[in-house]
Design a protein around this ligand. Structure first.
Ligand code: COA
Length: 376
């Protein structure tokens, strides 16, 4: 107890503010964006429509979507200055750190960084949505010694990202699987990175600062970084015959199994069945049977032994691997999507702002007399 109020470590169960962006309903395993079930959006909409929905509050008409897409495509280019900075990033640094730095740099260049009005905020959110993939793809290629590929305005959001990374767009099923993952990753209530963005926004700092902080928060393996950790785990397991023993040994050693468990969902993550379906589709396209087999055994073992269910990172990690992305780019891909949720929350926080400033229960020494250095 602190000053009569109970300490809620990790803010577990604490309702901090109201939000109209998404609703997480663990009791019925459901997640809605602006009222629409995420599975239905993933199956029936392209990510651009979902980005519009999160920003605007309503799904677009065909004309509204056309305008939104035109604006997104026109804003994809990044300047020579950022390309030069990216070309000088140290060779071995993590792509989440380069993504964080690129977004911070975009804030230095943005003509409206200091304008906190809602119209400027909407335009900045659009520029971030359009440009982050370009910066991430340029970094993806830099690490392979390849020149960046400019965005192609004739391609949709998902296809263009493949084009900028690989100089090729895979077949429609693979692009759809990637697009589905972007929709599923786009928004999730007051998760750690979104809350980080809202805390920064609550001080009336700028949007790029809030997003930079959110990226730093997302990197951690207890949050977005789990999709990378899942793939390292599946690689370490290596073959289906080892999977059950590996999980049992890890549990006996009190190790966390990455891609399992969730602070809010306790009986399964509503995004998982959709992502699993598309992971299996990509695996089929690539004639890959080992990863689905290992994944199924790990999932069955975790449910049987611990009654802990997979979260979205569990099927998303191996899906991204099969699409050809390097493991440490999985979380930057999460950024490419979650920017939509973050900016929706930043606008919501700014529109009804109250500085976020909780209290702590002090456990240090009691007040004592100061003695100058010679008298200690
Ligand atoms: N593997 C093994 N055990 C797990 C586990 C996992 N992935 N997730 C939770 N548990 C165990 C905890 O160790 C704890 O056991 P205990 O009661 O014996 O101490 C119990 O389940 C309850 O978990 P708790 O630590 O209260 O959950 P939390 O709400 O604090 O943490 C996560 C939620 C997501 C941080 C946690 O499940 C986790 O670390 N998962 C792995 C990382 C991951 O996939 N993150 C992505 C989240 S979308």
């Amino acid at each position: 107890m602190a000053g009569g109020s109970e300490i809620k470590r990790g803010l577990d169960g604490v309702v901090v503010d109201a939000s109209a962006v998404s609703k997480v309903m663990p009791e019925i395993n459901a997640l809605t964006y602006r009222g629409y079930p995420v599975q239905e959006l993933a199956e029936n909409c392209r990510f651009e429509e979902v980005a519009y929905l999160l920003a605007d509050g309503e799904l677009p008409t065909a004309a509204e979507l056309g305008d939104f897409e035109r604006e997104e495509r026109e804003n994809r280019g990044i300047g020579e200055a950022l390309l030069a900075v990216i070309s000088r990033y140290p060779p071995a640094c993590h792509p989440m750190d380069t993504t964080r730095t690129s977004v911070s740099f975009l804030g230095l260049e943005d003509p409206e960084t200091a304008d906190h009005g809602p119209e400027a905020a909407r335009r900045k959110a659009m520029r971030l949505l359009a440009r982050i993939p370009t910066a991430v793809a340029a970094d993806f290629r830099r690490r392979k010694g390849q020149a960046p590929i400019p965005p192609d305005p004739s391609l949709g959001f998902a296809a263009n990202f493949f084009h900028m990374c690989f100089a090729a767009v895979p077949d429609a099923d693979v692009v759809k699987a990637f697009d589905v993952s972007l929709t599923l990753y786009a928004e999730h209530g007051f998760n750690a990175s979104t809350f980080t963005a809202r805390v920064v926004t609550s001080t009336m700092a700028d949007m790029h600062g809030a997003v930079t902080a959110a990226i730093a928060s997302l990197k951690g393996p207890l949050h977005g970084g789990a999709n990378e950790a899942v793939m390292h785990m599946l690689n370490e397991i290596g073959e289906p015959g080892r999977a059950k023993r590996w999980v049992l040994d890890a549990l006996a050693a009190k190790r966390l199994i990455m891609g399992f468990g969730h602070r809010v969902y306790r009986t399964g993550d509503s995004r998982v069945p959709t992502m699993k379906k598309y992971f299996l589709k990509v695996a089929e396209r690539k004639d890959e049977t080992v990863l689905p087999a290992i994944s199924q055994i790990v999932e069955d073992t975790m449910i049987a032994e611990k009654n802990i269910y997979p979260n979205l990172d569990f099927p998303a990690g191996p899906a991204y691997h099969l699409m050809g992305f390097d493991i440490d780019f999985f979380t930057p891909i999460f950024v490419i999507s979650r920017i939509t949720g973050w900016t929706a929350h930043i606008l919501e926080q700014a529109a009804a702002n109250r500085l976020i400033r909780p209290l702590s229960h002090y456990t240090g020494p009691p007040q004592r007399d100061f003695r100058p250095i010679g008298a200690r």
